[in-house]
Write a protein that binds this ligand. Sequence first.
Ligand code: MN3
Length: 241
Amino acid sequence: MTGLHRRSILAGFGALAAAPLVRPAFAQNPAPSGPFRLDPLPYAANKNEPHIDAQTMELHHGRHHAAYVNNLNTALKDHGELAKKPLEELLANLNSVPEAVRTVIRNNGGGHANHTMFWQIMGGSGGEPTGDVKAAIDRDLGGYAKLTEDFNAAGGRVFGSGWVFVTVDKSGKLALVSKPNQDTPLMEGSRVLFGNDVWEHAYYLKYQNRRPDYLKAWWNVVNWPKVAERYAAAKAGTLSI
Ligand code: MN3
């Protein structure tokens, strides 16, 4: 059956039957009502091809990230006072979260924050940063070439699952930090400028066990203009997650 034929047949069933054809991948696991929600990817799933394949993006966003949001909302269901807090505040004050839900909120709240940042700072065309971000990388991280080398090495050293981040403080100072699981510098009250997900689900379909190849290729999709926006927001004190 040709695609055209299939579409014309489905069209006969009206909007309901045709809906799955246009329904974006992120809607596969709709988040239940809750304080946190899964925003759509800010670009098409194939935007990061060929470096990150569309299927990986769809699964990563529509299944993995969706699950973090759903689990977070479920954990918060009986904790209305926590559910009112912005995510960065919740994560910076995990000690005040009841022990029964602390680990779930740590893992899933961290996962929600990390992935929300991650989609934003990809979808770009890589290259080297310019302007204030370039100046800060030159000053604090030894320049772009050294940053990528150190960042990829840190990503390679993460045992199992985790993230590599560049953090930014209010004065604009940068630092390279890696974290296990879904932990985030937000848990120490820091702010994340950008970061990369080194969980296998982020790369296994295309790169299998070759995490170093993924780490290298990932720089080709970094959205430096978006990183520059985050940098400016960090200095203005308005960067949240
Ligand atoms: Mn992930």
